[in-house]
Design a binder for this molecule. Structure first.
Ligand SMILES: Cc1cc2nc3c(=O)[nH]c(=O)nc-3n(C[C@H](O)[C@H](O)[C@H](O)COP(=O)(O)OP(=O)(O)OC[C@H]3O[C@@H](n4cnc5c(N)ncnc54)[C@H](O)[C@@H]3O)c2cc1C
Ligand code: SF4
Length: 447
């Protein structure tokens, strides 16, 4: 592990920013292209409804601190979102410039410009110091998990005068924003800047696992409301022989380790299994970390691949080789480590209930692929073990069921949001959920 909170120098070198920061002059030029639309579609496309034309207008007029305030009012993780949001399918995808066949406004980079200016000034002591709001309520709120959903919920409630405690079971808070996002988008140090801002607001952080270090019963005794923001669980297993041999490492562990360990070794030839964004992130990282060959294997065809189109394109430019319609059936072991993967060809059958066509193995089509590292990326498991003891919290398909307008679960003392509710989406969705729940909790105690 490197120095907590500091970027690893090897990662700064190997993973330069995907979208470099705008300099002040380019930021003003870009901001001046914005049409400041009435009923701005970019704003509706953002789950946190940031006043996009409002913050862009302030950059254009030189009021960068004001711009940051507009962003933070809507989204306390404005920095993470500016760097990690899939803007092509959100705000920038909705920008009216598309209808004039022009390049959309670079909303993500402008937001990052404002947020970096904000943090740089704050760290240099040049911005108003954040102070905790006076405590105005006796009702204490607990947030389970310290990821984006809980951070947004905690920040909103603390600013409204509620005492809030966050319980996270990792050494550093921030959830996947600290441990899971590709390094060329967001570094742990960026995510931790936001955690520190939430701490400065007066939110208390506890490094504890709810369920083993502290029980829900204990939380219920001390806190009036519990917000559940514990994300998803471990990666799904492949369920094939040999998957526990050294050299097989699931994508989440792989990403976490290269982001936090100074000397994390990568294989020479790496096979990544899966077709989602996490698989792509792992494949790109393996290339950057020095793997001579990275091959990604997906059991359906290119058209069914769930990864975003721009992420797929990016991986191709990194030199990742894609193999379609293949499925692993066994890990090949040699000298006590992974030596390869046995694959079988698949063909697409009828669509399942989700509308996607099933991949069916073609018998007798086995082939071996020799490699020295395998990274399965089959998606995270749904993770509601904590609630198995049934606290009358309804769970459907492994996700917590909530009232969409308030985030309230079927037990009125529990609210929930983020990946544990939506099954795994983006940081910005988790922030929107956390904030929505906070507003409903605050309203509940105002009678
Ligand atoms: C590999 C990967 C790459 C991604 N890339 C992007 C991206 O580029 N852009 C983007 O917007 N989104 C991305 N996402 C999705 C994004 O990270 C998540 O949607 C977001 O972090 C969800 O926030 P959350 O607060 O719901 O959960 P999490 O971020 O998962 O946080 C939950 C926290 O709760 C803790 N916890 C769990 N159980 C307990 C317990 N019992 N007690 C205490 N603590 C507990 C966990 O350890 C974790 O720290 C990515 C996800 C993955 C897996
Ligand atoms: S849609 Fe595009 S041009 Fe219109 S306000 Fe949003 S960023 Fe500006």
């Amino acid at each position: 592990m490197g120095e907590p909170g500091l970027p690893l120098s090897k990662n700064l070198e190997l993973f330069p920013d995907l979208h470099p920061a705008l300099d002040p002059r380019s930021a003003v030029t870009e901001a001046n292209r914005c049409l400041n639309c009435f009923d701005a579609p970019c704003m509706s496309a953002c789950p946190t409804h940031i006043d996009v034309p409002g913050f862009i207008k302030r950059i254009a007029s030189g009021n960068v601190q004001g711009s940051a305030r507009v962003i933070l009012q809507a989204n306390v993780l404005g920095m993470s979102c500016s760097r990690a949001c899939p803007v092509d399918v959100l705000c920038e995808g909705a920008c009216v410039m598309h209808t004039y066949n022009k390049k959309p406004i670079e909303i993500g980079r402008l937001q990052r410009f404002a947020m970096e200016d904000y943090y740089a000034r704050a760290e240099a002591g040049g911005a108003a110091k954040i102070r905790p709001a006076p405590l105005a309520h006796a009702e204490k709120i607990a947030c389970v998990g310290g990821g984006p959903a809980s951070l947004a919920c905690a920040a909103e409630l603390r600013q409204r005068g509620f005492p809030v405690s966050v319980f996270d079971n990792r050494p550093l808070p921030g959830g996947l924003a600290t441990y899971g996002i590709a390094e060329y988008k967001l570094r742990p140090s960026d995510s931790l800047r936001e955690v520190e801002m939430v701490r400065a607001m007066g939110v208390e952080f506890h490094c504890a696992d709810v369920g083993s270090d502290v029980s829900l019963d204990e939380l219920e005794r001390t806190f009036s409301v519990v917000f559940l923001g514990m994300g998803l669980g471990a990666m799904q297993r492949m369920g094939i022989p040999g998957e526990d041999v050294p050299g097989v490492i699931d994508a989440l562990h792989f990403i976490e380790r290269y982001k936090t360990e100074k000397d994390f070794p990568v294989g020479r030839c790496v096979a990544v299994i899966g077709g989602g964004n996490t698989a792509i992130d792992a494949a790109n990282a393996a290339r950057r970390l020095g793997a001579a060959e990275v091959h990604l294997f997906y059991r359906r065809s290119e058209h069914e691949m769930p990864a975003f189109a721009n992420e797929y394109e990016h991986a191709r430019t990194e030199g990742v080789v894609f193999h379609w319609l293949v499925q692993p059936v066994a890990i090949i072991e040699g000298k006590g480590r992974v030596a390869g993967v046995k694959f079988v060809q698949t063909r697409l059958g009828p669509a399942d209930e989700s509308g996607r066509r099933n991949a069916e193995p073609v018998h007798g089509s086995d082939s071996n692929f020799m490699c020295d590292m395998v990274i399965p990326a089959l998606g995270q498991t749904k993770f509601v073990d904590l609630l198995k003891s049934s606290r009358s919290i309804e769970i459907s398909g492994g996700s917590i069921t909530i009232d969409r307008a308030t985030g309230r679960t079927s037990n009125p003392r529990y609210y929930a949001g983020g990946d544990c509710v939506n099954g795994g989406r983006e940081i910005v969705d988790a922030v929107a959920d956390g904030k929505r729940a906070a507003l409903a909790i605050a309203a509940q105690f105002k009678g």
